[in-house]
Design a binder for this molecule. Structure first.
Ligand code: NAD
Ligand code: TYD
Length: 346
């Protein structure tokens, strides 16, 4: 099997590349534009493996994809490449449409022309929108995305479905809950809180902190993706979740305890517009059909994640000293998106 991994220099993609090199015989072609979120430091050691090749490129660049498909006998595509942060999509939705929607469409066309045998679309549970206190998302729940990020992922997800229905192109779709683990970009909740705590900075909790996410350790997601890629039914959707719901404030409190910093660092800030209240995934289908289940308990996964960020301080310090500084100011600085103003109730 030769797998084209798009976005393999990002958080989940780099964990997936390492997983494949360690656990399979597959050849891996990592195609990544290296945006702010892509980082070759996430793949240290991989380039020594003769089964691995990195190509810098844009999924919106048809000619670059055609050249790659002509050079390599690619049998499978695992499509991670995306703009992935909800808060950035609130500030500037356009790139989410060009990358996530148009980029996916071009990748689908070129993969189909090249005769790719399995195309795995790494979608997200955010396509389903938000839940109240009851119930869970199943694969047949209606798509009701609320952020520009989620809407762009839902569009890409539906284009994949259309390629299966229209052209019989062997697409597989996964919709996973929130991941956490090593190499996650420090704009996302868990690494942001760890890095801020280690630097004695405020821990910005949006709104009342009672928004609920279902957390899954990244290795468990990679194992699920591998199973779907190899054994899933073309055209099918598979939910993937951690069976591990937690309110943000509870999670931040766990981190405060683990890192032994003062609870006074917790700061309630202005909420995210359109903030989904609760995600919960029913992963019964992948458990029954493919025999997958999460293997890393949250306490263990969180401990491993905290240890990784403690041991790899230069990795996130380098990121936080670059372009990210401007982003952080726009989000959390004086007058930023999440700064409460007089009269704000959220
Ligand atoms: P990430 O932001 O860490 O990585 C995205 C990668 O895509 C980066 O390496 C970036 O350089 C690359 N990229 C962006 N635009 C590109 C383009 N035009 N051409 C080629 N490469 C490009 O994201 P992540 O958290 O690793 O998420 C990976 C995928 O998984 C995304 O599709 C996301 O929607 C999905 N997903 C993420 C989660 C999560 O909790 N992080 C949960 C479910 C699904
Ligand atoms: P995030 O990691 O951005 O993932 P997503 O929005 O895709 O679920 O955020 C996870 C949750 O944490 C979400 O409810 C928003 C909240 N959050 C904060 O409270 N403070 C923060 O600084 C960030 C980045 C997120």
């Amino acid at each position: 099997m030769t797998i084209l991994v798009t976005g393999g220099a990002g958080f989940i993609g780099s964990n997936f590349v390492r997983y494949q090199l360690a656990e399979s015989e597959a050849r891996i072609i990592n195609f990544d534009l290296l945006t702010y979120a892509g980082n070759l430091a996430n793949l240290e050691g991989c380039s020594e493996d003769p089964r691995y090749r990195f190509v810098r490129g844009d999924i919106r660049d048809r000619a670059a994809l055609q050249k790659l498909f002509a050079e390599e006998s690619i049998t499978a595509v695992v499509h991670f490449a995306a703009e992935s942060h909800v808060d950035r999509s609130v500030e500037g939705p356009e790139i989410f449409v060009t990358t996530n929607v148009l980029g996916t469409e071009i990748l689908l066309e070129e993969s189909r022309s090249a005769g790719v045998e399995r195309f795995l679309m790494v979608s997200t549970d955010e396509v389903y929108g938000s839940l109240g206190t009851e119930g869970m998302f199943t694969e047949t729940s209606p798509l009701a995305p609320n952020s520009p990020y989620a809407a762009s992922k839902a569009s890409a997800d539906l284009l994949c479905r259309a390629f299966f229905k229209t052209y019989d192109f062997p697409v597989l779709i996964t919709r996973c809950s929130n991941n956490y683990g090593p190499y996650q970009f420090p704009e996302k909740l868990i690494p942001l809180m760890i890095a801020n705590a280690m630097e004695g900075k405020p821990l910005p909790v949006y709104g009342d902190g009672q928004h609920v996410r279902d957390w899954l350790f990244v290795d468990d997601h990679c194992r699920a993706l591998d199973l779907v890629l190899r054994k899933g039914t073309p055209g099918a959707v598979y939910n993937i979740g951690g069976c591990n719901e937690m309110a943000n404030l509870e999670l931040v409190n766990l981190l405060v305890n683990k890192l032994e910093v003062s609870r006074d660092l917790i700061t309630f800030v202005k909420d995210r517009p359109g903030h989904d209240r609760r995600y919960a995934i029913d992963a019964g289908k992948i458990m029954t059909e493919l025999g997958w289940e999460p293997s890393v308990l949250f306490a263990e996964g969180l401990g491993r994640t905290v240890d990784w960020y403690l041991d790899n301080r230069s990795w996130w310090e380098t990121i936080r000293s670059g372009e990210y500084t401007r982003y952080y100011e726009e989000m959390y600085g004086e007058g930023g998106r999440h700064t409460r103003r007089p009269g704000d109730t959220s």
